[in-house]
Design a protein around this ligand. Structure first.
Ligand code: ATP
Ligand code: MG
Length: 414
């Protein structure tokens, strides 16, 4: 993509009211546009990052044999009443409205209920089980505080997956596979080393337990307790004498760390399907409730966490797997012949399938172009100037390490 065609502009400052580093950088780089607190639109560069994250997540979900769907945002009140989750006392993030005829509707903050209701049309017997479905969907939540930029939005993209199994054993096998798939996701987006599978509410020893995936991050809103062996982590809610006693661990063996919840998986058991009436006929001819699991990843939040974790004082630093472009080709050429040469390099890179953002903008000082390249944070910066052209080289800089090398143009293109 030619940067001269990109409609977004970079800027030096953002409004004082934007306090989160992730949103400040993403706004300055023209990745996102702030509509209001906790509500952001995605612009071309931000949309590319989000899509890269989605693609990685989707690949991992398909490995689990999950099928992709998309449920509606508008939801039916009666479905949520069946599980007693319609009232604002029970769920404090509901956005609700009414049809012209007075019918109450809700805007999806989650989808366990509607998807389970929908599944009643498709799951009848043991032959229809197990089934796994997932979606990438804009969730709407009336969050009280929205000061963490894209890490806590009132509208955000979530990947939510649901598993429908015949029994606990089948469910647990899938649940454990999902833990591995989730860790693959965090590894692939560059957060593997600092993301912990964290035991969460319900406790590890009850049947309705859950796990959070927590990434160590100063901007995170949670605190987790990581065991000194580095393998075990607990969230604040269950870090108490009782759990510690059951596990035979001591409080002092754990270290408190600030973290952001980038995923959360739940075992629901059969309760919700009983409430909603999702039963199947088993091999023995007996009608039984389906065993439900639910699995979320905050796609938008992940984008914010990646921004926070890798950024430096000059701007964003994208891991290759999620960068909007792999390469930022920066031309400092002013004469026609040099510009033609820079264009040629751009065309050759494109023909090779390299994802390249080409700063072909005219009339900017080199310092301005470099500052923009640093802010935008592509993994590799390649500078073409009259000097490099004369020497038959390009200047290649690694955004993360700052390391610069001169490479012969021919071998670079090869
Ligand atoms: P939190 O405790 O941070 O409010 P939650 O536990 O309510 O999150 P879940 O219902 O578990 O969230 O949603 C699944 C995932 O969606 C979370 O793990 C998180 O990554 C993401 N998520 C939740 N709420 C938001 C939000 N307001 N903005 C962005 N991402 C969110
Ligand atoms: Mg959660």
């Amino acid at each position: 993509m030619k940067q001269s065609h990109l409609f977004t502009q970079t800027r030096k400052e953002v409004s004082q009211e934007e306090v989160a580093k992730n949103a400040q950088l993403l706004i300055r780089g023209g990745y996102i546009h702030k509509e209001m607190a906790g509500v952001y639109s995605l612009l071309p560069l931000g949309f590319k990052v989000l899509n890269k994250i989605k693609k990685i997540v989707n690949e991992e979900m398909e490995q689990l044999d999950s099928e992709e769907i998309i449920m509606s945002t508008i939801q039916v009140k009666e479905t949520w009443e069946k599980t007693d989750r319609w009232s604002d006392e029970k769920v404090d993030v509901w956005f609700k409205s009414q049809l012209k005829n007075g019918t109450d509707i809700g805007f999806g903050w989650s989808h366990e209920e509607p998807i389970t209701e929908m599944m009643k049309s498709h799951i009848k017997s043991y032959q229809n089980l197990p089934r796994y479905v997932h979606q990438f969907q804009n969730k709407l939540r009336n969050e009280t505080r929205a000061k963490s930029g894209v890490m806590r939005c009132r509208e955000f993209v979530m990947k939510d997956m649901y598993s429908y199994c015949t029994n606990e054993e089948e469910h647990m096998a899938f649940y454990n596979k999902t833990i591995d798939a989730y860790m693959n996701v965090y590894r692939r987006v560059g957060l593997g080393d600092i993301t912990f599978v964290t035991s969460a509410s319900g406790g590890v020893f009850t049947d309705k337990f859950s796990h959070e995936f927590q990434t160590i991050c100063d901007a995170g809103e949670d605190v987790i307790y990581v065991h000194k062996d580095g393998k075990l982590a607990m969230n604040e809610e269950i870090f108490n004498e009782e759990t510690l006693a059951k596990m035979g661990k001591k409080k002092e063996e754990f270290e408190a760390k600030k973290a952001a919840e980038v995923g959360n998986i739940f075992t629901f058991g059969t309760g919700k399907c009983e409430q909603l009436g999702l039963y199947f006929t088993d091999k023995d001819g007996v009608s039984k409730p389906v065993y439900l699991g639910s699995y979320g990843i905050g796609i938008t939040r992940l984008m914010g966490v990646i921004t926070e974790v890798f950024a430096d004082d000059k701007g964003m630093v994208w891991p290759e797997a999620v960068a909007p472009f792999q390469m930022h080709l920066v031309s400092l050429c002013r004469e026609d012949a040099d510009i033609a040469k820079a264009n040629e390099i751009y065309e050759k890179l494109k023909a090779k399938g390299v994802e390249v953002l080409y700063d072909d903008r005219e009339g900017l000082r080199p310092g301005e172009k470099f500052a923009d390249a640093d802010l935008l944070g592509m993994p590799t910066r390649v500078v073409v100037s009259p000097k490099t052209i004369a020497a038959g080289v390009v200047e290649v800089t690694n955004r993360k390490t700052g390391e610069t090398t001169m490479q012969p143009l021919e071998s670079f293109l090869a």
